[in-house]
Design a protein around this ligand. Structure first.
Ligand SMILES: Nc1ncnc2c1ncn2[C@@H]1O[C@H](COP(=O)(O)OP(=O)(O)OP(=O)(O)O)[C@@H](O)[C@H]1O
Ligand SMILES: [Mg+2]
Length: 413
């Protein structure tokens, strides 16, 4: 569900078959927000026209004389990065998919595609391109926060993994409670795994209000309404649950999330978000407001591969690397990988290592408790607290405002 842009999306069509170009033009003429500003009959002409017209999007065929669609993509990705390319190809040319993506294509449409698929792809690529601008120039400079009254917006920390099951939910929940315990700050925990969120069961919250209620109250969302919708977990952490049923997930849009986080940041010093492993518009929206994105990985090859892809996406969105933290979960001594190997492989420092502790985690999941609460002395709890400390450096006024005993607790265990 991508919002319709106010300005027209200026499109260049490149295809060697005249009737295809005409059909595409006709198909898109029904869309108010898309304007075909030019066409070209081969790759070389396509590059020339792209330079002349500076379109928002280039839609190109693969097989063409003089210069094919892959070469065109390569060239435009280099010369005109603000004119992203969508490639069209027929079934059976699947090898092109890989090559097209390597060349820098943003989308790949398999012919025959529907009118809806085409329009959706154009809008999606355009929206992402627009979003890139707003990601720019965000600093990690942390604002002073106060546990008493908020004059500045609170900070958002997102846990994310493109691979499911690596422990982002376990980490988010324990991190939120750790932050609340150790800093005395006001902390909210938001379950943005909208289809299959686990935070409710993890905290054993028998509660019937969720993010769906936030949407219902969208037009009159204020502090009081929001506070009413949130449940309460350990250490006073306020919790916003995912919809109670998976099919309600689609109701939540990036716009809802934007409004929600504006309100949450007024109310809480820290908002910890458990993001879904699906990187859609909701996830991107919350990453946009996050001061830290914790990319969680396990020590397995598929998980490290996905972490690499995630880091690449964040880089392509111009997210300041300072905002990205790599966290290894389920770290044990038996894996082929260690911290150094991962750092070398991903070229990003590991900011936190949460040990593999099936007993502590399993027990807390069965009981609906959190190990940072029930086993504060365990190595795994210490590691989570250390991560909390990294997110909220000592100089933070939130810590200065906390009582000294608690503050020592952050480093002493
Ligand atoms: N540090 C750990 N040590 C041992 N087991 C762990 C650890 N962290 C998570 N687990 C186990 O991994 C499983 C997945 O954890 P969790 O639900 O937090 O992952 P997730 O990334 O949120 O998964 P999903 O994609 O389903 O949302 C859980 O069953 C949990 O018991
Ligand atoms: Mg989860």
């Amino acid at each position: 569900m991508t919002s319709v842009p106010e300005q027209n999306i200026r499109l260049l069509i490149v295809d060697d078959i005249q009737s295809t170009r005409d059909n595409l033009r006709k198909l898109l003429s029904f869309e108010d927000d898309i304007e075909v500003v030019g066409t070209a009959g081969d790759g070389r002409q396509g590059v020339e026209e792209a330079h002349r017209l500076q379109p928002d999007i280039v839609l190109t065929d693969v097989n063409m004389p003089l210069m094919d669609g892959i070469q065109l993509t390569e060239q435009l990705t280099q010369d005109l990065p603000s004119s992203p390319v969508i490639i069209m190809s027929v079934q059976g040319e699947r090898d092109y998919l890989r090559r097209a993506m390597q060349a820098g294509a943003r989308e790949f449409l398999i012919k025959p595609f529907s009118h809806d698929e085409l329009v959706a792809a154009i809008r999606r690529v355009y929206a992402l391109e627009q979003k890139k601008g707003t990601f720019l120039a965000r600093t990690t400079e942390t604002q002073p926060t106060s546990a008493v009254a908020r004059s500045v917006a609170g900070e958002v920390f997102v846990t994310f993994s493109a691979k499911g099951g690596v422990g982002t939910s376990v980490l988010a929940a324990n991190l939120a409670v750790s932050l609340a315990r150790e800093t005395n700050a006001r902390v909210a925990l938001v379950d943005l795994d909208l289809q299959f969120g686990d935070i409710g069961v993890m905290l054993n919250l028998d509660y019937s209000r969720s993010i769906t209620d936030v949407i219902d109250a969208q037009d009159r969302l204020d502090a009081e309404t929001l506070e009413d919708i949130l449940g309460t977990g350990p250490a006073g952490v306020r919790v916003l649950l995912a919809p109670l049923s998976p099919e309600l997930a689609d109701l939540v849009t990036a716009d809802h999330v934007r409004t929600l986080f504006t309100e949450l940041r007024k109310l809480y010093d820290f908002v910890v978000v458990d993001a879904s492993s699906h990187l859609g518009e909701v996830g991107l929206q919350v990453m946009e407001v996050a001061s830290r994105i914790l990319v969680v990985t396990a020590l397995t090859i598929p998980s490290i591969k996905d972490a690499r892809l995630t880091l690449k996406v964040l880089e392509s969105l111009n997210v300041d690397p300072e905002r990205v933290m790599l966290v290894v979960n389920r770290a044990d001594g038996y894996s082929d990988f260690n911290k150094e190997a991962i750092e070398q492989n991903l070229r990003v420092p590991v900011s936190g290592q949460i040990p593999y502790d099936p007993r502590a985690v399993g027990e807390s999941l069965t009981r609906g408790t959190l190990f940072v609460e029930t086993q504060p002395e365990a190595e795994i709890s210490r590691a989570v607290r250390e991560l909390a400390f990294r997110l909220v450096p000592q100089e933070q006024p939130a810590l200065a405002g906390a009582d000294r005993k608690r503050r020592r607790g952050l480093f002493g265990r």
